[in-house]
Structure formats: structure tokens, C-alpha cells
Ligand binder design. Structure first.
Ligand code: ATP
Ligand code: MG
Length: 449
């Protein structure tokens, strides 16, 4: 990696070496700074962030070991390379112990310097990527990012906490968009397997003829087109978790092989003879009940029993309406941030509509609805008009509904009057006729707080 943005600092009290190194490393495309003493280096380090610091050990005033120690404290992310005198192995070892990335002993070849800097930057990049990657995943899938406080969801959190660290197979059932994959991921990321891969497989999209080799791998020449031996997804997930989505779509022959794997913890690649031990936790999911498939001889009952050791059933959103405002606000915050908008809340009518709607596409549909509303509006609040028409239409069709909360008659009265007014297009005369009250009464009701 010749990272042109990399900042390097060279410290040496010999001007000639300094100039030479600067010339060579600038040619590599780095931004090169120099210091003629340890003190100067440290004062540069106060307001610069150097990716790599190269320092001579033997210098007249402050020596290179002091520079190393100061930088380790002041700027722990900088990689330090020390240049030691010929034959002073002890200094080199001490430098490494103090946290130097590497040492180069004199007399050095310029090529050595070039390569060591390159390696230091490469390692930094990998470390940074790993750190980011892990942090991102952990943040995304910790249970705390699964939103919902309904009794059914609380029960699911308890199950996750109980089974995460065990190796038991889990079967997740839920309509489309209820969060099956999210729950599977949070089981994985809360388990002691979280440093190994989580591999999702959509069984519905696997071509039947390739299903087996996708999952179990194949050896070279196992079939036309198998030019080389290839690991299957089960092997790829070794040490981690394999998420088999839409498990009801597996062919009977693959079901038999999967059952064998669950019993023996071994696989055989297609065309191969060797039994390979693999340590994988299986989480399966389905949005159709498997029992009818078992009755129709399309799904093996013994496999079902094996998979169903622990089962989690995620209820549809319409059966846990109290989660809707929480989820809606969660998505509102996320999408406002992503779109750099300052939208603080939903109007009460909007929340009521969201809560009343039946959400056939469950959480995913809610997520998309909020995203769309955030993109469309330029107000700080989401109003009913920012929602798709079908939500109004459905909620209207189901007609007048008693609110879930018990309210005083006066409150219901006002709401009903408003509803009738809405239906009559704001015509107060018509409304009072329908309601069987005179207009003064209608006004009085409307003026109530
Ligand atoms: N409880 C929840 N909290 C926060 N986000 C959720 C929750 N449940 C689902 N989601 C989000 O809703 C979307 C759909 O979830 P997911 O893909 O896990 O559902 P699924 O059941 O696997 O859907 P499908 O059956 O369509 O594959 C995802 O973006 C997910 O992050
Ligand atoms: Mg899914």
C-alpha cells in the first residue's frame, strides 16, 4: 500500500541521513516530516498525528528510546520504527518490548526502510478495518438494537440470553419482515461464537441442483464445471453460525444430508470420500409452518425434531401494537440522521394511523414507510399526509374504532364530532343534522379543551 496520505516523521541528529531518508520516502508518495532531535520530534508530535515514526536510537541529547516511549504515550496509534547501531541486539529487543513496530540495524539498505514502512502501514490498515468492522457489527446486532417492549418480545430476549452460548439448534418462525434474520444475528453476536462468521443462506434462492454443493462443497471433478475443490457454506461457517433461511425449501436429499450433519457434526463434500469435522451452530427460519409440509411428505419429521430443539416464534406486528410507536421512533431517528434532516416526532394522528394499520409486511414495511416519509417531508414533524394512501384507506375501511385506552365520554364525543365533520367535508349544518344536535352544541363540543 502506497498510501499517499500517510504521514511520516523521521528523527535523526545527522542531517545527511535525514535528507536521504526524506528523499527516498517522499518519492514513495508519503508526506514526510523531519526532526533533528528528540525534543523537536516530540513537539511536532504534539500537533501532528503521524502514522509512522522512524527514529535513530543513538542521538546526542534525548535518545531514540525516549522518543519511542513518549510517542507510545502521546500517540499510541503511531507505529514506531527504531534504527539501532550495528550489533546492538539488546537495544533492539528492548525497543520491541517498549512497543516499537520493528527495528532496522545499521548499516541499512534503503530498500529495507521502504519495506518496513510499507508493512507498518499495511498492518495499521488491517487493524483499523477489523476494529471498525467488529464495532459496527456489535453495535448493530446487540439485543439492545432489537426494538420492542411487548411481553412477547421480552420473552424472546430472555430466550436469546438463555440459549446464545449453547450450541443448540434454533428454529425461528415468523411472517415475512418480522425480524427473523435480525434475531438470528443477535443470537450469534451475543454468543461466544461472535468472533467467527455468521453466514446467511437463503434456501429459497438456491437452485435445487446446486443446493448440495453450495452447502457441503465439492471436490474437483465432482461434476461438469467443478474445476477445483471448493468449500461449502457449512465449512465456511466453521466455528460460527449458519443461518438457513426459508428452510422449508430444502430438497429432500439435502434434508437427509443436513440431518446427518446435525447428528455426526461431519460433512462430506460432493464427490468426496473424506469426512470433515465441522463445528457450526445452525439457526433455521421459516415463514410458513412446517407441519403441513411434514404431512405432505415434503419435509422430514426427524429433521424438524432436530432443528426444533429451541423454537422462537416472532409474532406479527399487528399482534404487538405497543411496539409500533417504539419502532416508528427508532426508524425516524435513524433515517433523519441518515438523510441529515431534523425531524423530531410524529403528529398524534400519524401515530394513531400507524398503530391502527395492519402491517402485512410487518417491521420491514414499517421501516420503508418511515424512510419514505422522512425523505418526502420538509417539516420537522411527520403528518398523516406523509404516509402512503393505502394506510388511510385500510384504517378508514375498518370504520369507527373505539380507542384502545378507556376515555371519558366527553373525549369520545369530541373525537366523534370531528370524525363526522371530516366525512361531511367540514359542513357543520350537515354534521349537526347527522349528529342530531343543534349547531350551538356542536360548537360547544368543538371548543372543549
Ligand atoms: N425488533 C426490531 N427492531 C428493530 N428493527 C427490526 C426489528 N425487527 C425487524 N427489524 C428490521 O426490519 C427489517 C426486516 O427484518 P428481517 O430481515 O430480520 O426480517 P425477516 O423476518 O428475516 O424477513 P423475511 O421473512 O422477509 O426474510 C430489517 O431491516 C430489520 O433490521
Ligand atoms: Mg429474512
Amino acid at each position: 500500500m502506497n498510501s499517499p496520505s500517510a504521514h511520516l516523521l523521521i528523527v535523526d541528529d545527522d542531517q545527511i541521513t535525514l535528507d536521504l531518508l526524506k528523499e527516498v520516502l517522499t518519492k514513495e508518495g508519503y508526506q514526510v516530516y523531519t526532526a533533528l532531535s528528540g525534543e523537536e520530534a516530540i513537539s511536532l508530535g504534539m500537533d501532528h498525528l503521524f502514522d509512522v515514526v522512524i527514529t535513530d536510537v543513538r542521538m546526542r541529547e534525548m535518545d531514540g528510546m525516549e522518543v519511542l516511549k513518549s510517542f507510545k504515550k502521546m500517540s499510541p496509534d503511531s507505529s514506531i520504527i527504531v534504527i539501532t547501531a550495528f550489533g546492538s541486539m539488546e537495544t533492539a529487543i528492548e525497543a520491541i518490548r517498549e512497543g516499537a513496530f520493528d527495528y532496522i540495524s545499521k548499516p541499512f539498505r534503503l530498500e529495507e526502510i521502504r519495506l518496513t514502512v510499507k508493512r507498518a502501514l499495511e498492518q495499521k490498515r488491517i487493524l483499523e478495518e477489523n476494529k471498525l468492522f467488529r464495532q459496527e457489527l456489535l453495535e448493530k446486532y446487540q439485543i439492545k438494537n432489537v426494538v420492542g417492549r411487548s411481553p412477547q418480545m421480552l420473552q424472546i430476549y430472555k430466550t436469546i440470553a438463555k440459549v446464545a452460548d449453547s450450541k443448540s439448534t434454533i428454529l425461528i418462525y415468523g411472517e415475512r419482515g418480522t425480524g427473523k434474520e435480525l434475531i438470528a444475528r443477535s443470537i450469534h453476536y451475543n454468543s461466544n461464537r461472535n468472533h467467527r462468521p455468521f453466514i446467511p443462506v437463503d434456501c429459497a434462492s438456491l437452485v435445487e441442483t446446486l443446493m448440495e454443493s453450495e452447502l457441503f462443497g465439492h471436490v474437483r471433478g465432482a461434476f461438469t464445471g467443478a474445476h477445483s475443490t471448493k468449500k461449502g457454506l457449512i465449512e465456511e461457517a466453521d466455528g460460527g453460525t449458519l443461518f438457513l433461511d426459508e428452510i422449508g425449501n430444502l430438497s429432500l436429499s439435502v434434508q437427509a444430508k443436513l440431518l446427518r450433519f446435525l447428528q455426526e457434526h461431519e460433512i462430506k463434500r460432493v464427490g468426496g470420500t473424506e469426512n470433515i469435522k465441522v463445528d457450526v451452530r445452525i439457526i433455521a427460519a421459516t415463514n410458513q409452518p412446517l407441519e403441513p409440509l411434514i404431512k405432505a411428505n415434503k419435509f422430514r419429521e426427524d429433521l424438524f425434531d432436530r432443528l426444533n430443539v429451541v423454537s422462537i416464534s416472532i409474532p406479527p406486528l399487528r399482534e404487538r401494537k405497543e411496539d409500533i410507536p417504539l419502532l416508528a421512533n427508532h426508524f425516524l431517528r435513524r433515517f433523519s440522521e441518515e438523510n441529515q434532516k431534523n425531524i423530531s416526532h410524529f403528529s398524534p394522528e400519524t401515530l394513531e394511523l400507524l398503530t391502527e394499520y395492519s402491517w402485512p409486511g410487518n417491521v420491514r414495511e414499517l421501516e420503508h414507510t418511515i424512510e419514505r416519509a422522512v425523505i418526502l417531508t420538509n417539516r420537522p414533524v411527520i403528518l398523516p399526509e406523509d404516509l402512503p394512501k393505502k394506510i388511510f384507506e385500510e384504517v378508514k375501511e375498518t370504520g369507527f374504532k373505539f380507542p384502545e385506552k378507556l376515555l371519558p365520554l366527553k373525549e369520545i364525543e369530541k373525537r366523534y364530532v370531528l370524525k363526522v365533520l371530516e366525512e361531511t367535508g367540514g359542513n357543520k349544518k350537515k354534521a349537526s343534522e347527522i349528529l342530531g344536535i343543534d349547531r350551538t352544541t356542536l360548537y360547544r363540543i368543538l371548543e372543549r379543551e
